[in-house]
Each structure stands twice: as structure tokens, then as C-alpha cells.
Design a protein. Structure first.
Length: 269
């Protein structure tokens, strides 16, 4: 009799919706709190990040990234003595790429601009995602190298799709997958995120390793310093005008024709 009652209770419990399941908004709220809390994040008006990108054996690119509200970013990095710039001023994304033979500033293509627009978001796509026009869906849990992680699918307003993995214990991001189109070709980029450290009450990752899905080539970003609320003028993010073109040399006035000799009047000798 006791066994029948126990089985009946189990059957009834199975019909009750699990109150322990967390919603997307609850998971995002815990992630924001783990980073320092919404108020702390929004008190930051600018971030300056100093880092080095290792792109292969013996090739490193030191650089700085400056982000400022609302939605501005400027990235500078140096390769073999040449410094490149990529920036977004809330309206236009532009770049200077000297090692590609382009020493003058030029606007980015629409596909290239998306990445800079995403970089300019200080808080990331999950904070205030609804007001940003993003959509977030919880795809469940997965194990990543033995760690339980919540898997969130984020459809960004600009059309890109990100899959964000949050550690189920710390609620900090440990992996990100991004689908984006570059020059008409769809790319899947994977990033492993870690080495979290606290800076003025906010937790940041200090190590990111990224690469195209399926490729063995990766880029490792190692952050050495993060500074908050660094004064920076909006003009830093604006595309500078192209340098003036050199003036064409002025044409010299034509010289007067020399007098022609008259055979009927030969010169005196």
C-alpha cells in the first residue's frame, strides 16, 4: 500500500511544472549581478583596454581599445611598425589599414561595420537586451570541458546571431559563438573567455582566444590593463578628413618664339 501511494505521489509531482527552472531573464539578471550589478555597470562612461593579440608564432600586435557611451569605440593596433585604426562614432564605422596599402581613412562596408557597432556596446548584448532590439532564447544546458553552462541564443538587432555560454555556477560568460557575414561569406567565430579579474568593482575577462570554427588557427588576446571612466573627447571617434591632395605644378607660360632669320637680309659678320 505504501509503495502505491509513493508511486502516485511521484506521478503527481511529474505533472507539476518545475519551479526550479530558471527563465532567460533570471539567468541574465544573475549574470549582470556576477559582473558587478546593473548600477555599477551603467556608472561606467568609458573603458580603456590595453592588450596584446598573438596571431601566430612570433607575431604579436599590441593595441588599445577605447569605448565610450553612447555606442562609440576606437581600436588601434600595431603590426610590424604600422598602426591600424578601426572606429565607430555612433553613426559611421571607419578604418585606416596601412598594411593593406590604405593609409587614408575610409568608411567600412556594412558587414564590417557590424562588428564595430557590437564592440561599441559597453554593457554587452544581454544588458537591456529588449530595449536594444535583441532577442534572447534559452537553449538549455550544455557541458563545456566538464563545466555546466547555460546556452543562450541572441539574435542581435543588426542580424548577427550569437550563442553565449554562461557558467552555471558563476554566471560569467565562458564561451561565445558568432555567425556573421563578411564580404558575402558567412563566418562562424568561436571565442573562449576566461581569466576574470575585478577592476573597480566590475569583473572583466582578461583572456580571450578566438578563431573561425573548424580552423586550427586562433588569435589570443591577453589584456594587461583596464581603466574605467578615462576622459576622452568624442572627436577621437570621428573619421578625420582625407589629407589634402598635393597641388599640381603650375604650367610655365609659353616662351616667345625666337625671331626667324630673313634670307634676304643676312646678318652682318
Amino acid at each position: 500500500m505504501v509503495r502505491k501511494v509513493f508511486l502516485a505521489m511521484v506521478a503527481l509531482i511529474a505533472l507539476i511544472p518545475c519551479v526550479c527552472a530558471q527563465t532567460v531573464d533570471e539567468i541574465i539578471a544573475k549574470s549582470i549581478q556576477a559582473r558587478g550589478g546593473a548600477d555599477k555597470l551603467k556608472s561606467v562612461q568609458s573603458i580603456k583596454t590595453t592588450a596584446t593579440i598573438a596571431m601566430g608564432p612570433g607575431m604579436e600586435a599590441p593595441g588599445t581599445l577605447i569605448q565610450k557611451r553612447p555606442n562609440m569605440a576606437r581600436l588601434e593596433f600595431t603590426i610590424q611598425g604600422l598602426t591600424a585604426v578601426q572606429a565607430y562614432d555612433s553613426t559611421n564605422a571607419w578604418q585606416i589599414m596601412p598594411f593593406m596599402g590604405k593609409k587614408d581613412p575610409e568608411l567600412m562596408s556594412a558587414d564590417e561595420a557590424k562588428e564595430m557597432q557590437e564592440t561599441a556596446d559597453l554593457d554587452g548584448p544581454l544588458v537591456d537586451y529588449k530595449s536594444k532590439g535583441n532577442q534572447v532564447e534559452l537553449l538549455g544546458k550544455e557541458k563545456l570541458e566538464g563545466t555546466d553552462a547555460y546556452k543562450l541564443k541572441v539574435n542581435l538587432k543588426n542580424g548577427d546571431v550569437q550563442t553565449i555560454y554562461l557558467d552555471a555556477d558563476s554566471f560569467l560568460e565562458i564561451k561565445e559563438e558568432t555567425k556573421r557575414t563578411v564580404r558575402g561569406t558567412e563566418r562562424d567565430v568561436e571565442s573562449s573567455i576566461g581569466d576574470y579579474k575585478e577592476v573597480d568593482g566590475i569583473v572583466f575577462p582578461f583572456a580571450i582566444e578566438s578563431g573561425v570554427k573548424g580552423s586550427t588557427e586562433t588569435e589570443k588576446l591577453t589584456i594587461s590593463k583596464i581603466e574605467l571612466n578615462v576622459p576622452v573627447e568624442d572627436s577621437v571617434f570621428k573619421m578625420p578628413p582625407p589629407p589634402p591632395k598635393p597641388e599640381a605644378p603650375k604650367a610655365e607660360p609659353p616662351k616667345p618664339d625666337a625671331p626667324k632669320a630673313n634670307p634676304s637680309n643676312p646678318p652682318n659678320i
